[in-house]
Ligand binder design. Structure first.
Ligand SMILES: *[C@@H]1O[C@H](CO)[C@@H](O)[C@H](O)[C@H]1NC(C)=O
Ligand SMILES: *[C@@H]1O[C@H](CO)[C@@H](O)[C@H](O)[C@H]1NC(C)=O
Ligand SMILES: [Zn+2]
Length: 459
């Protein structure tokens, strides 16, 4: 056989060896080369957020933190030290994930005070000697996220600084604004005083859509409640408002399939960035995730490429383990370690469903009733609506934070936040504790039955 195909025996042996070596090289390099070609990358959907991976809260407490998790950001460093010594494999893996995503840098700042000023500082701190000691030796905590490149600086002592609390209460201020705007409100007369989309309006029982007159995207509309005051919305009315927005996304996507990235913003009151008192959310249906949302999307993609796990599930488990989360059905809320604003919450779910929006509503009720913060800003992103792009979808995400005291003349955003880094001096554990209480109270008495939100995609 050999003789027939070969010119001579030596040549044949060489040919076999060369072919063999070549084969080895091909087999070795082929996957590497293919991996570099983008079409080889299997189109993956964003990792499904799967809350059933989570162990019981007590598990993390006991195994990761020696039964002594301290519920304040000021002790994050100490909590991490305990975590680093954990024996349980699951804790060790999660500890590694924490350090893959985050860097915590505690910077101690020292200073001295001339006696008259020291007296004043002591007065600010309510004559509390413990706090006064901390002023001399301040703990400035920087938290970085390596993937989103977000950085937040916490100095919880700053919340003790004298603030310009106004004499007028927040509720009083809101009532006045309500009365002042009601008579001339365009949104109360939406039929004649707002624009129509080319496909008309989407109308729900308590809400309606209107095309936004001056646009920021090709598809940019408003969702208006039929009530004038944002602080009076019931859970049912609030969900109806967002149900209307989901119907609008479906409608707009049906006439323009290329636009399939749904995003929203929702502000309240002038301090929150709202131009009108009347409750209104903005919806954008874009051809890609926009700016800040694209950063989040890219963080998740890079993380997935570099590590075995999914970014969102790991992020959620880290916060859950640290006692910085609340779950409701298929949605989970975390108080992020790199917040942009005070009392910040990010809510996740695989779909923009009832649980997601109910948690959203409970966050707002917590702001109103526990924290007396009526002004807040919100960004919402939903999964991509066209299958072609499902490889880079965000989960349904709602990110919300408060904007300081509503009637204070001081702006809560400065050059620091716009051009350098985020600065938060309210402990993220506060909003989580308050939200847990709200959810267990309102969640039980909710008037909502099994009503579902409109599904954006059919899967
Ligand atoms: C979620 O995780 C559980 C347990 O790890 C698994 O049994 C289940 O199939 C997962 N669900 C989804 C939707 O991936
Ligand atoms: C949302 O709208 C759909 C379709 O109109 C309706 O069946 C559903 O009950 C609504 N859900 C809520 C929570 O209002
Ligand atoms: Zn109105």
């Amino acid at each position: 056989m050999l003789k027939k195909g070969c010119l001579n025996r030596r040549f044949c042996i060489q040919a076999v060896i060369v072919t063999f070596l070549f084969g080895c090289v091909v087999i070795y390099y082929c996957p590497m080369v293919l991996k570099q070609l983008s079409f080889y990358k299997s189109p993956y959907k964003t990792d499904t957020i799967n809350l059933s991976h989570l162990m019981k809260q007590e598990f993390y407490q006991e195994n990761c933190f020696q039964g002594d998790l301290e519920l304040t950001l000021n002790r994050l460093h100490e909590n991490l030290l305990k975590w680093s010594k954990a024996y349980h494999r699951k804790c060790q893996i999660l500890w590694k994930k924490f350090h893959t995503i985050y860097r915590v840098n505690v910077r101690e700042a020292k200073q001295s005070f001339p006696p008259p000023f020291l007296r004043e500082v002591r007065h600010w701190l309510g004559d509390n000697d413990k706090l006064l000691k901390q002023v001399h030796n301040q703990k400035v905590i920087h938290v970085n996220n390596y993937y989103s490149l977000e950085q937040t600086v916490f100095n919880l002592l700053r919340s003790k600084r004298p603030s310009s609390e106004t004499s007028e209460g927040t509720q009083e201020y809101v009532d006045k604004l309500d009365a002042l705007t009601r008579r001339t409100c365009d949104f109360c007369r939406y039929k004649t005083n707002t624009a129509d989309d080319i496909f008309g309006r989407i109308e729900g029982q308590y809400s309606v859509s209107a095309s936004n007159t001056f646009k920021l995207e090709k598809w940019h509309s408003l969702f208006l409640s039929k009530k004038h005051s944002p602080v009076d919305l019931t859970e049912e009315e609030f969900l109806d408002l967002f149900n209307t927005s989901l119907k609008w996304f479906k409608k707009a996507n049906s006439v323009d399939e290329e636009s399939c990235y749904p995003m929203m913003i929702y502000d309240t009151l002038p301090k929150g960035g709202a131009s009108q008192f009347h409750p209104h959310a903005h919806g954008f249906l874009a051809s890609q995730y926009l700016s800040h949302m694209a950063v989040q999307q890219k963080a998740a993609i890079t993380y997935k490429d570099e590590n075995a796990g999914g970014y969102w599930n790991d992020l959620i488990e880290i916060h859950y383990a640290l006692g910085l989360s609340v779950t409701l059905g298929d949605a989970v809320a975390i108080s992020p370690l790199t917040p942009v604003r005070e009392h910040e919450i990010i809510i996740f779910s695989n779909h923009p469903g009832t649980d997601l929006f109910r948690l959203f509503y409970y966050v707002i009720q917590t702001y109103y009733h526990k924290l007396e913060r009526m002004c807040f800003s919100t960004g919402l992103a939903f999964p991509v609506m066209c299958s072609r792009s499902s490889s880079d979808s965000l989960p349904a995400t709602i990110r919300i934070g408060t904007r300081g005291q509503c009637n204070s003349p001081i702006n809560d955003v400065s050059s620091l936040e716009l051009y350098v880094m985020q600065n938060v001096h309210v402990d993220p554990y506060i909003i989580i504790r308050d939200l847990q209480e709200t959810v267990s109270k309102l969640g039980r008495t909710s008037s909502l039955g099994n009503e579902k939100m409109v599904r954006l995609s059919d899967d």
